[in-house]
Design a protein around this ligand. Structure first.
Ligand SMILES: [Zn+2]
Length: 319
């Protein structure tokens, strides 16, 4: 220890993802690292938000006339429109609530479900226009990479899947070839009821992964064998949204203000029963300004301070 010459011990647990083999390093003692800057705060309401209802029509682009039959896609109170600064030739934005509210404990299952439904409608239109692969993501607050803070999902559509989806599918197929079983069936069998089990909503199981990829990460896994967000009905979309809403409320209680989410969906029937629709959500940079550093960016591993068994127990109280 500094100043005493005494030997310090430190426990580091190295965990391997059971599907992909990716590495996560967990060291609880790093929670006590000195912080030389303020923790994350929720910003005050900004003026002239382009996604607030009074500005949305004048400040966001519209879909071409032959894309989906309307200028924008609406589902409940959610509205989807093209991204003005796209990362692919079809890149949608979904403002899932008209309310400019930034506190993650205030998102209801209904408004999140509207956002999921509008996203699915965008995906369906993209498929019909020759872009069958989609990736739905959510960055909430600037710590998570959001430029506009008004709550919104994004959907990237392409002729091929993003790399994580492609590699996940490859790993699922390899697992089937090796074990003659579906990875997701085995995962649910071993994890539902385990110390990493968080809860159940309509159609979805929520589990803290053995080797999380980020702060307090949770995976929501569809219980039935289905690969696509395009195949689930409204009550299952509500079940997905309900789980997300509960986790967000749990995160809030744990001091998390900023999140990143991805929904892993492949075209209907893709993967021959090896792949399962799932969502992954994690907290962002609770104690320091940024949680992606050299280990994540150049080491391709993840360094964490919380064990999934512990935060799963805390989140279970919200289910
Ligand atoms: Zn706004």
């Amino acid at each position: 220890m500094p100043g005493t010459g005494a030997k310090a011990t430190c426990e580091i647990e190295v965990r391997t993802d059971p599907l992909t083999g990716e590495t996560t390093r967990i060291n609880r003692a790093r929670q006590g690292r000195p912080r030389q800057q303020e923790a994350v705060t929720v910003p005050k309401i900004a003026k002239d938000c382009p996604f607030c209802p009074e500005n949305l029509e004048s400040s966001t682009p519209t879909f071409p006339p032959d894309f989906c039959g309307s200028e924008r896609i609406r589902a409940g109170r959610a509205v989807a429109f093209p991204n003005m600064y796209p990362l692919s030739s079809l890149h949608g934005v979904v403002a899932f609530t008209p309310e400019h509210k930034l506190e993650i404990n205030r998102y209801s299952p209904e408004e999140l479900a509207d956002g999921i439904t509008a996203s699915a409608a965008f995906m369906r239109a993209a498929s019909e226009n020759g872009y069958p692969f989609h990736f739905l993501g959510w960055n909430h607050l600037s710590q998570a990479g959001a430029s506009v803070l008004h709550p919104h999902f994004q959907v990237i559509a392409g002729r091929s899947p993003v790399r994580s989806l492609r590699e996940s599918l490859d790993s699922c197929r390899l697992y089937r070839a090796r074990e003659s079983r579906c990875f997701w069936d085995d995962l649910l069998e071993s994890e539902v009821g385990s110390p990493r089990f968080v809860g159940k909503t309509k159609g979805f199981f929520w589990i803290a992964p053995w080797a999380p990829k980020g702060t307090c990460e949770v995976i929501g896994i569809l219980e039935r064998d289905c690969s696509s967000l395009l195949e689930i009905e409204r009550d299952f979309a509500l079940g997905l949204a309900d789980g997300i809403s509960r986790i967000l409320r749990g995160y809030w209680e744990m001091g998390i203000r900023s999140v990143t989410m991805g929904i892993f969906s492949l075209p209907p029937g893709h993967g021959e029963g090896t792949f399962r629709l799932h969502a992954r959500i994690m907290g962002r940079s609770r104690r320091i300004g940024c949680d992606r550093a050299f280990l994540e960016l150049y080491g391709w591993e993840v360094g964490l301070t919380e064990f999934p068994e512990e935060y799963a127990a805390a989140l279970r109280g919200f289910f």
